[in-house]
Design a protein around this ligand. Structure first.
Ligand SMILES: NC(=O)c1ccc[n+]([C@@H]2O[C@H](COP(=O)([O-])OP(=O)(O)OC[C@H]3O[C@@H](n4cnc5c(N)ncnc54)[C@H](OP(=O)(O)O)[C@@H]3O)[C@@H](O)[C@H]2O)c1
Length: 255
Protein backbone atom coordinates (compact mmCIF):
# COMPACT_ATOMS: atom_id res chain seq x y z
CA UNK A 1 0.00 0.00 0.00
CA UNK A 2 1.46 3.38 -1.04
CA UNK A 3 1.71 6.15 1.55
CA UNK A 4 -0.03 9.28 0.23
CA UNK A 5 2.79 11.82 0.16
CA UNK A 6 0.37 14.67 -0.55
CA UNK A 7 -1.67 14.14 2.62
CA UNK A 8 -1.84 17.00 5.13
CA UNK A 9 -3.31 14.76 7.83
CA UNK A 10 -2.30 15.95 11.32
CA UNK A 11 -0.63 19.08 9.89
CA UNK A 12 -1.44 22.48 11.36
CA UNK A 13 -1.56 25.11 8.62
CA UNK A 14 -1.96 28.91 8.92
CA UNK A 15 -3.55 30.60 5.88
CA UNK A 16 -3.71 34.38 5.45
CA UNK A 17 -6.13 35.97 2.99
CA UNK A 18 -8.49 33.11 3.85
CA UNK A 19 -11.57 35.35 3.59
CA UNK A 20 -11.39 35.50 -0.21
CA UNK A 21 -10.09 34.12 -3.52
CA UNK A 22 -6.86 32.14 -3.44
CA UNK A 23 -6.65 31.97 0.38
CA UNK A 24 -10.20 30.59 0.55
CA UNK A 25 -9.42 27.96 -2.13
CA UNK A 26 -6.27 27.01 -0.20
CA UNK A 27 -8.33 26.55 2.96
CA UNK A 28 -10.78 24.27 1.13
CA UNK A 29 -7.99 22.17 -0.46
CA UNK A 30 -5.91 21.90 2.73
CA UNK A 31 -9.04 20.85 4.62
CA UNK A 32 -9.80 18.19 1.99
CA UNK A 33 -6.26 16.85 2.45
CA UNK A 34 -6.79 16.56 6.21
CA UNK A 35 -5.16 19.68 7.68
CA UNK A 36 -6.16 21.52 10.85
CA UNK A 37 -6.45 25.21 9.96
CA UNK A 38 -5.88 28.65 11.44
CA UNK A 39 -7.54 31.04 8.98
CA UNK A 40 -6.61 34.75 9.01
CA UNK A 41 -8.46 37.63 7.33
CA UNK A 42 -9.97 41.04 8.10
CA UNK A 43 -13.56 40.31 7.13
CA UNK A 44 -15.13 38.14 9.85
CA UNK A 45 -18.27 37.28 7.86
CA UNK A 46 -16.24 36.09 4.88
CA UNK A 47 -13.96 34.06 7.16
CA UNK A 48 -17.07 32.34 8.55
CA UNK A 49 -18.19 31.70 4.97
CA UNK A 50 -14.85 30.01 4.21
CA UNK A 51 -15.23 27.88 7.33
CA UNK A 52 -18.69 26.78 6.19
CA UNK A 53 -17.18 25.58 2.87
CA UNK A 54 -14.65 23.20 4.46
CA UNK A 55 -15.28 19.48 4.10
CA UNK A 56 -12.34 17.91 5.94
CA UNK A 57 -12.42 16.46 9.44
CA UNK A 58 -9.65 18.71 10.83
CA UNK A 59 -10.54 21.60 13.15
CA UNK A 60 -10.63 25.19 11.96
CA UNK A 61 -9.91 28.33 14.02
CA UNK A 62 -10.63 31.83 12.71
CA UNK A 63 -8.59 34.96 13.42
CA UNK A 64 -9.91 38.35 12.31
CA UNK A 65 -6.87 40.57 11.95
CA UNK A 66 -5.38 43.38 9.89
CA UNK A 67 -1.86 42.05 9.28
CA UNK A 68 -0.41 45.58 9.11
CA UNK A 69 -1.37 46.22 12.76
CA UNK A 70 1.93 44.74 13.83
CA UNK A 71 1.59 45.01 17.64
CA UNK A 72 -1.87 43.46 17.59
CA UNK A 73 -0.63 40.70 15.26
CA UNK A 74 2.23 39.88 17.67
CA UNK A 75 -0.13 39.65 20.64
CA UNK A 76 -2.91 37.68 18.96
CA UNK A 77 -0.73 35.24 17.04
CA UNK A 78 1.26 34.32 20.15
CA UNK A 79 -1.92 33.71 22.17
CA UNK A 80 -3.56 31.74 19.40
CA UNK A 81 -0.56 29.56 18.56
CA UNK A 82 -0.36 28.68 22.27
CA UNK A 83 -3.83 27.16 21.84
CA UNK A 84 -3.48 25.96 18.21
CA UNK A 85 -0.16 24.19 18.74
CA UNK A 86 3.09 24.18 16.76
CA UNK A 87 2.64 25.13 13.13
CA UNK A 88 3.63 22.81 10.23
CA UNK A 89 2.89 25.17 7.37
CA UNK A 90 1.91 28.68 6.34
CA UNK A 91 0.32 30.02 3.15
CA UNK A 92 0.60 33.78 2.81
CA UNK A 93 -2.16 34.69 0.37
CA UNK A 94 -3.12 38.10 1.84
CA UNK A 95 -2.27 40.85 -0.59
CA UNK A 96 -3.43 43.89 -2.53
CA UNK A 97 -3.07 44.86 -6.16
CA UNK A 98 -3.52 47.91 -8.34
CA UNK A 99 -2.90 49.19 -11.85
CA UNK A 100 -1.35 52.64 -11.64
CA UNK A 101 0.97 54.52 -14.01
CA UNK A 102 4.45 54.90 -12.58
CA UNK A 103 4.12 58.72 -12.59
CA UNK A 104 1.32 58.40 -10.01
CA UNK A 105 3.15 56.07 -7.61
CA UNK A 106 3.71 58.40 -4.64
CA UNK A 107 6.11 57.44 -1.84
CA UNK A 108 3.04 57.00 0.42
CA UNK A 109 1.47 54.51 -2.02
CA UNK A 110 4.78 52.65 -2.36
CA UNK A 111 4.95 52.39 1.41
CA UNK A 112 1.32 51.22 1.73
CA UNK A 113 1.87 48.45 -0.79
CA UNK A 114 5.11 47.39 0.83
CA UNK A 115 3.49 47.22 4.27
CA UNK A 116 0.74 44.82 3.16
CA UNK A 117 2.45 42.70 0.50
CA UNK A 118 5.93 42.41 2.03
CA UNK A 119 6.35 43.58 5.63
CA UNK A 120 3.13 41.96 6.91
CA UNK A 121 4.09 38.60 5.35
CA UNK A 122 7.64 38.70 6.74
CA UNK A 123 6.51 39.90 10.17
CA UNK A 124 3.99 37.06 10.51
CA UNK A 125 6.62 34.55 9.38
CA UNK A 126 9.04 35.82 12.04
CA UNK A 127 6.41 35.21 14.71
CA UNK A 128 5.44 31.77 13.46
CA UNK A 129 8.97 30.36 13.20
CA UNK A 130 9.82 31.15 16.82
CA UNK A 131 10.72 28.10 18.95
CA UNK A 132 7.52 26.69 20.39
CA UNK A 133 5.41 28.18 17.57
CA UNK A 134 6.83 26.05 14.76
CA UNK A 135 7.11 22.25 14.61
CA UNK A 136 10.64 21.43 15.80
CA UNK A 137 10.88 18.77 13.05
CA UNK A 138 10.40 21.33 10.29
CA UNK A 139 7.77 23.33 8.42
CA UNK A 140 6.88 24.74 5.02
CA UNK A 141 6.23 28.42 4.28
CA UNK A 142 4.55 29.39 0.99
CA UNK A 143 4.29 32.98 -0.24
CA UNK A 144 1.85 33.76 -3.05
CA UNK A 145 3.79 36.10 -5.31
CA UNK A 146 2.81 36.70 -8.96
CA UNK A 147 4.13 36.45 -12.51
CA UNK A 148 4.78 40.17 -11.94
CA UNK A 149 7.75 39.20 -9.72
CA UNK A 150 9.38 37.82 -12.87
CA UNK A 151 8.19 39.88 -15.82
CA UNK A 152 7.03 43.48 -16.26
CA UNK A 153 3.79 45.10 -17.32
CA UNK A 154 2.77 48.70 -17.87
CA UNK A 155 1.27 50.37 -14.76
CA UNK A 156 2.31 47.46 -12.52
CA UNK A 157 5.37 49.02 -10.82
CA UNK A 158 3.80 49.16 -7.35
CA UNK A 159 2.63 45.57 -7.43
CA UNK A 160 5.74 44.12 -9.15
CA UNK A 161 8.04 45.89 -6.70
CA UNK A 162 6.40 44.09 -3.77
CA UNK A 163 6.21 40.65 -5.37
CA UNK A 164 9.86 40.82 -6.50
CA UNK A 165 10.88 41.82 -2.98
CA UNK A 166 8.95 38.92 -1.47
CA UNK A 167 10.61 36.48 -3.87
CA UNK A 168 14.10 37.79 -3.07
CA UNK A 169 13.43 37.68 0.68
CA UNK A 170 12.06 34.12 0.45
CA UNK A 171 15.28 32.85 -1.18
CA UNK A 172 17.47 34.22 1.62
CA UNK A 173 15.00 32.92 4.21
CA UNK A 174 15.18 29.48 2.59
CA UNK A 175 18.94 29.36 3.14
CA UNK A 176 18.83 30.82 6.65
CA UNK A 177 16.06 28.48 7.82
CA UNK A 178 17.19 25.26 6.10
CA UNK A 179 19.16 24.10 9.19
CA UNK A 180 15.82 24.14 11.06
CA UNK A 181 14.22 22.14 8.22
CA UNK A 182 11.93 25.08 7.47
CA UNK A 183 11.36 25.23 3.71
CA UNK A 184 10.44 28.55 2.09
CA UNK A 185 8.97 28.78 -1.42
CA UNK A 186 6.86 31.05 -3.62
CA UNK A 187 4.02 30.30 -5.98
CA UNK A 188 3.63 32.79 -8.81
CA UNK A 189 0.15 32.74 -10.34
CA UNK A 190 -0.87 34.28 -13.62
CA UNK A 191 -4.38 35.74 -13.71
CA UNK A 192 -6.85 33.55 -11.81
CA UNK A 193 -10.51 34.22 -11.26
CA UNK A 194 -10.93 35.87 -7.81
CA UNK A 195 -12.46 39.11 -6.49
CA UNK A 196 -9.03 40.73 -7.03
CA UNK A 197 -8.93 39.97 -10.76
CA UNK A 198 -12.68 40.65 -11.11
CA UNK A 199 -12.05 44.22 -9.89
CA UNK A 200 -9.06 44.74 -12.22
CA UNK A 201 -9.34 47.16 -15.17
CA UNK A 202 -9.19 44.36 -17.77
CA UNK A 203 -12.28 42.65 -16.30
CA UNK A 204 -14.39 45.75 -17.01
CA UNK A 205 -13.96 45.45 -20.78
CA UNK A 206 -14.45 42.26 -22.83
CA UNK A 207 -11.80 43.15 -25.45
CA UNK A 208 -9.19 43.74 -22.75
CA UNK A 209 -10.22 40.56 -20.93
CA UNK A 210 -9.72 38.61 -24.15
CA UNK A 211 -6.28 40.20 -24.63
CA UNK A 212 -5.22 39.20 -21.10
CA UNK A 213 -6.64 35.70 -21.58
CA UNK A 214 -4.62 35.25 -24.79
CA UNK A 215 -1.40 36.03 -22.89
CA UNK A 216 -2.01 32.75 -21.01
CA UNK A 217 -1.49 29.84 -23.48
CA UNK A 218 -3.69 27.59 -21.29
CA UNK A 219 -6.24 30.35 -20.67
CA UNK A 220 -6.98 31.94 -17.30
CA UNK A 221 -6.64 29.84 -14.14
CA UNK A 222 -8.72 29.19 -11.07
CA UNK A 223 -7.88 29.69 -7.40
CA UNK A 224 -7.94 25.87 -7.05
CA UNK A 225 -5.02 25.61 -9.51
CA UNK A 226 -2.95 27.68 -7.09
CA UNK A 227 -4.25 25.79 -4.04
CA UNK A 228 -3.18 22.44 -5.54
CA UNK A 229 0.38 23.72 -5.92
CA UNK A 230 0.30 24.90 -2.29
CA UNK A 231 -0.75 21.44 -1.10
CA UNK A 232 2.28 19.97 -2.89
CA UNK A 233 4.71 22.40 -1.25
CA UNK A 234 3.18 21.91 2.21
CA UNK A 235 3.16 18.12 1.99
CA UNK A 236 5.83 15.46 2.37
CA UNK A 237 5.98 15.30 -1.45
CA UNK A 238 7.71 18.70 -1.43
CA UNK A 239 10.23 17.82 1.29
CA UNK A 240 13.33 18.53 -0.88
CA UNK A 241 12.04 21.78 -2.40
CA UNK A 242 13.13 25.09 -0.95
CA UNK A 243 14.13 28.55 -2.17
CA UNK A 244 12.23 28.24 -5.42
CA UNK A 245 9.32 29.92 -7.19
CA UNK A 246 6.79 27.69 -8.89
CA UNK A 247 5.10 29.40 -11.83
CA UNK A 248 1.39 28.46 -11.87
CA UNK A 249 0.48 30.69 -14.77
CA UNK A 250 -0.97 28.72 -17.69
CA UNK A 251 2.25 29.39 -19.60
CA UNK A 252 2.21 33.21 -19.21
CA UNK A 253 5.96 33.42 -18.55
CA UNK A 254 6.94 30.70 -21.05
CA UNK A 255 6.56 33.00 -24.03
N1 LIG B 1 -6.11 36.84 -8.53
C1 LIG B 1 -5.05 36.85 -9.32
O1 LIG B 1 -5.15 36.86 -10.55
C2 LIG B 1 -3.67 36.83 -8.71
C3 LIG B 1 -2.58 36.65 -9.57
C4 LIG B 1 -1.29 36.62 -9.04
C5 LIG B 1 -1.11 36.75 -7.69
N2 LIG B 1 -2.16 36.94 -6.85
C6 LIG B 1 -1.89 37.09 -5.42
O2 LIG B 1 -2.61 36.11 -4.70
C7 LIG B 1 -2.92 36.61 -3.40
C8 LIG B 1 -4.42 36.43 -3.15
O3 LIG B 1 -5.11 37.20 -4.12
P1 LIG B 1 -6.67 36.99 -4.44
O4 LIG B 1 -6.80 37.04 -5.89
O5 LIG B 1 -7.19 35.86 -3.66
O6 LIG B 1 -7.22 38.38 -3.87
P2 LIG B 1 -8.54 38.73 -3.03
O7 LIG B 1 -9.64 37.85 -3.43
O8 LIG B 1 -8.67 40.21 -3.17
O9 LIG B 1 -8.12 38.39 -1.54
C9 LIG B 1 -7.13 39.14 -0.87
C10 LIG B 1 -7.07 38.68 0.56
O10 LIG B 1 -6.05 39.44 1.23
C11 LIG B 1 -6.56 39.86 2.48
N3 LIG B 1 -5.91 41.08 2.94
C12 LIG B 1 -5.62 42.19 2.21
N4 LIG B 1 -5.05 43.12 3.00
C13 LIG B 1 -4.97 42.59 4.25
C14 LIG B 1 -4.51 43.05 5.50
N5 LIG B 1 -3.99 44.29 5.65
N6 LIG B 1 -4.59 42.24 6.57
C15 LIG B 1 -5.12 41.00 6.46
N7 LIG B 1 -5.59 40.50 5.30
C16 LIG B 1 -5.53 41.28 4.21
C17 LIG B 1 -8.05 40.09 2.23
O11 LIG B 1 -8.71 40.06 3.46
P3 LIG B 1 -10.16 40.77 3.68
O12 LIG B 1 -10.94 40.55 2.42
O13 LIG B 1 -10.72 40.02 4.84
O14 LIG B 1 -9.90 42.20 3.94
C18 LIG B 1 -8.36 38.89 1.32
O15 LIG B 1 -8.63 37.75 2.10
C19 LIG B 1 -2.45 38.07 -3.37
O16 LIG B 1 -1.20 38.13 -2.74
C20 LIG B 1 -2.31 38.42 -4.84
O17 LIG B 1 -1.35 39.41 -5.06
C21 LIG B 1 -3.46 36.98 -7.33
Amino acid sequence: MLQNNFSLQDKKIVITGASSGIGRACAISCSEWGATLLLVGRNGEELEKTKSMLTGAGNCTLLQLDLTQFDEVSLKIKALVDLFGAVDGVIHAAGISTTLPFRNCSPEKMNDFFQVNVVAALHLTQLLIKPGCVNANGASIVFITSVMSQVGESAKVLYSMTKGALLAASRSMAIELAPKKIRVNCIAPGVVDTPMSQKAYYSQNSALKEKITKLHPLGLGSAEDVANACVYLLSHAGRWVTGTQLMVDGGYTAR
